[in-house]
Write a protein that binds this ligand. Structure first.
Ligand code: ATP
Ligand code: MG
Length: 275
C-alpha cells in the first residue's frame, strides 16, 4: 500500500458495534418461538433478510404472520419462548419497540390504530425526532418540506397532515398513512403487514410506487401479503410460505404464482405431515 493510499484511509475510528453491524445480516431470525398467553403461535422460524432484499411472506389466515411481525417490533403482548432476533448483528430481545425503531426497524400495521386528538403531522414530527434523537432534531422547515415531498410521492392531499391519525380515514387512506410514516422515518428494515389489503387498484399502484421509491441497497423489506397482485408491483427476491407458525417453503417469485394458482392446500398438507 503506498503512502498516499494510507493517508487517504479514513481516519475516523469505527466502533465495535458499527463494525459488527456492517458485516452482519440486516435481520436474522433464529429458531423463533412465540407464545400468546399459553398458546404457541410461532413454532420455530429461521429467516435472514439482507440489505437490499425484498422478502414476501404468504400464508393462510391465522398462520402467525402478524404475530411474527409484531414480535419483530417488540410488542409486549407476545412472548418469545425460544430463539433470537438479531438486527444488524445485535440481539434485540431486551429492546422496547421504541428502541427498535431507533435502530431502524419499522412496522406498517395490518390494522392501523386511530389516535384521536393527534394530527398526522404532529405524530410524524414526534416519531421522526424520536428516531433521530434529541441532539439531531429536524428543524421545522426541513420537516415540513420533507412531509410535503412524501405526501406528493404518495399522492396524498396536504390536508391529510392536519387530520387526526386514522380517524375517519378510509381503508386505503390508512394504508397510505402507514407508508407515509415509513417514507418519513426512512428505516433500514420495513415490515409491511398486508399493506395491500383494502386498496383499490389505483391506490395499490400508488402505494407500491411509494414503496419502490424507498427501495435501495440499504433497505430490507419483509412484505406480508395474501395476494400475488401486490408482488406484480413490488418484486420480491424471495417468497416464503408460512403455515401453522412455520415456514414450510421458500423460493423465488414463482412460488407466489404457484400459490395464486393452487392455493395453500398442498402446503398445509405438507405441514401436517411434517408435524
Ligand atoms: N390478541 C390476540 N389474542 C388471542 N389470540 C390471538 C391474538 N392475536 C393473534 N391471536 C391468534 O394467533 C393466531 C395467529 O394470528 P395472526 O394474526 O398472527 O395470523 P395471521 O397469519 O396474521 O392471519 P391473517 O392472514 O388473518 O392476518 C390466530 O389463531 C389468532 O387467533
Ligand atoms: Mg395478519
Amino acid at each position: 500500500m503506498s503512502r498516499d493510499s494510507i493517508d487517504s484511509f479514513p481516519s475516523q475510528a469505527i466502533s465495535h458495534e458499527e463494525c459488527v453491524g456492517a458485516m452482519s445480516n440486516l435481520l436474522e431470525i433464529r429458531d423463533l418461538h412465540v407464545n400468546i398467553e399459553d398458546r404457541e403461535i410461532v413454532k420455530g422460524i429461521d429467516l435472514v433478510v439482507n440489505r437490499g432484499e425484498v422478502h414476501a411472506v404468504m400464508g393462510p389466515n391465522g398462520s402467525g404472520k402478524s404475530t411474527l411481525a409484531s414480535t419483530l417490533m417488540g410488542h409486549p403482548f407476545y412472548t418469545v419462548t425460544r430463539g433470537q432476533v438479531l438486527f444488524d448483528g445485535k440481539d434485540v430481545a431486551d429492546l422496547s419497540a421504541d428502541e427498535r425503531a431507533k435502530l431502524g426497524m419499522f412496522l406498517a400495521f395490518q390494522y392501523p390504530h386511530s389516535v384521536p386528538g393527534v394530527t398526522v403531522a404532529n405524530f410524524l414530527r414526534t416519531a421522526v425526532n424520536s428516531v433521530l434523537g434529541p441532539e439531531n432534531k429536524m428543524p421545522p422547515a426541513q420537516f415540513r418540506a420533507l412531509l410535503r415531498e412524501k405526501l406528493a410521492l404518495l399522492k396524498m392531499d396536504d390536508s391529510m397532515a392536519g387530520r387526526y391519525i386514522n380517524e375517519g380515514f378510509s381503508g386505503g387512506e390508512k394504508k397510505r398513512a402507514e407508508i407515509l410514516q415509513m417514507a418519513m422515518l426512512q428505516p433500514k428494515l420495513a415490515v409491511m403487514d398486508e399493506t395491500d389489503s383494502g386498496l383499490d387498484i389505483d391506490a395499490l399502484r400508488v402505494v407500491a410506487d411509494g414503496v419502490n421509491s424507498l427501495l435501495g441497497p440499504d433497505l430490507g423489506v419483509l412484505l406480508i401479503t395474501h395476494y400475488q397482485r401486490l408482488l406484480n408491483y413490488i418484486k420480491p427476491d424471495f417468497v416464503h410460505v408460512m403455515v401453522d407458525g412455520r415456514i414450510v417453503a421458500s423460493g423465488g417469485p414463482e412460488l407466489a404464482q404457484e400459490l395464486e394458482r393452487d392455493g395453500y392446500a398442498g402446503f398445509i398438507e405438507k405441514a401436517l405431515v411434517a408435524v
